[in-house]
Design a protein around this ligand. Structure first.
Ligand code: ADP
Length: 328
């Protein structure tokens, strides 16, 4: 008899599988602190944020090893939990019919690091449960609808982690700064966005909106790096320099979007992003804190485990019996 099959009494769930892993607690506690430090609250002043700052970073992180190395290890450790939590979320929707999902909205000026963040942080999760969508200038078809039409179509299904690389916020950022619609149109959008996001939250979507905040000097350096490296030149778009020339207007547009659309249903976080390693660590923490709040457990089976195990065992015995018969 296979003793492994009898290792656990029938229908008693394995606590290590269904409960919260023990080493999640300290990481989740710190993630919640980092999140609080980055959260946009009343009176928030974007101009006062130092893009090279590292809020919430333990002092020893830099003292011991240099932040970069430390961050890489921590992001890997957090990533293991992100993958575990993601699977629980997925399982709950698949088996339990839950509607919970997570949506990370990434906004940044050019070279802000949206792509790098997705690669480093989302890369820890299972691609099957990820839905990553980038938003460029709207197509003809998209322009024929209201600005949220294409966003609604891109939402993650229940159980899935969605990531927006740019989003509906472009309609109050780039659109506003480049004067693509009358002021009355973009002004009305802040309320529409808040209503939309409230609707999503009420439907089970946990929304995390992160602005990756880089400095004017860092953007210059990254643009130069792109121009100087033949393997990065494809990332350079001459139009980026036109937007760079409108830096103060973009900062003002971001400040308004942050102030007007930071709601309890869909908070905004500003992540200092001049240091890529801090940015990755901070976004990983935002995701972990959100997952931890969900208290995700694997769904209980809707069938009798012992009964199914007995069926399989019986089948195995029968199969073995047949083989034995054939060999005699
Ligand atoms: P990214 O810069 O994000 O890597 P792209 O080079 O494709 O990707 O740039 C996307 C461009 O699309 C950005 O300049 C952005 O401002 C623009 N964009 C996104 N959404 C809209 C919108 N709703 N209206 C106008 N422009 C938009």
């Amino acid at each position: 008899m296979d003793t492994r099959l009898k290792a656990r009494p029938a229908n008693v769930a394995d606590p290590a599988v269904t409960s919260t892993p023990a080493d999640l607690a300290p990481l989740a506690a710190r993630a919640a602190k980092v999140r609080d430090l980055l959260r946009v609250g009343p009176g928030f002043d974007l101009a006062a944020v130092d893009a090279r700052a590292t809020p919430g970073l333990p002092r020893r992180a830099v003292a011991d090893q240099g932040g970069k190395e430390w961050s890489r290890e921590q992001v890997a450790a957090i990533g293991t939990h992100l993958a575990d939590q993601q699977e629980r979320l997925f399982a709950q929707a698949k088996v339990g019919g839950a509607r919970g999902r997570l949506l990370l909205v990434l906004q940044a000026l050019d070279c802000g690091g949206k792509d790098g963040t997705i690669k480093r942080v989302a890369g820890a999760m299972n691609p099957l449960g990820l839905h990553i969508v980038g938003f460029g200038p709207p197509t003809k078809e998209e322009r024929a609808h209201d600005f949220l039409w294409r966003i609604r179509r891109a939402l993650p299904d229940p159980g899935v982690v969605g990531i927006f690389n740019r989003s509906h916020y472009e309609d109050v950022l780039a659109v506003r700064v480049r004067n693509l619609v009358p002021e009355s149109t973009w002004r009305a959008r802040y309320d529409l966005i808040n209503q939309f996001e409230k609707e999503l939250a009420d439907d089970g979507v946990t929304i995390i909106k992160a602005m990756l905040h880089i400095s004017y000097g860092e953007q210059r350096q990254r643009l130069l790096d792109r121009l100087n490296d033949p393997t990065k030149q494809w990332k350079f778009n001459p139009g980026d320099l036109d937007d760079r020339a409108r830096w103060p207007d973009f900062q003002a547009a971001y400040a308004d979007a942050l102030a007007l659309c930071a709601t309890p249903a869909a908070p905004w976080y500003v992540v200092p992003a001049d240091r890529k390693w801090y940015r990755n660590w901070a976004v990983a923490n935002l995701l972990l804190a959100a997952f931890a709040d969900m208290g995700l457990k694997y769904p209980a089976p809707s069938f009798d485990v012992e009964e199914q195990r007995a069926r399989l065992t019986a089948e195995e015995r029968a199969g073995r019996g047949k083989r034995e018969m054939n060999s005699s």
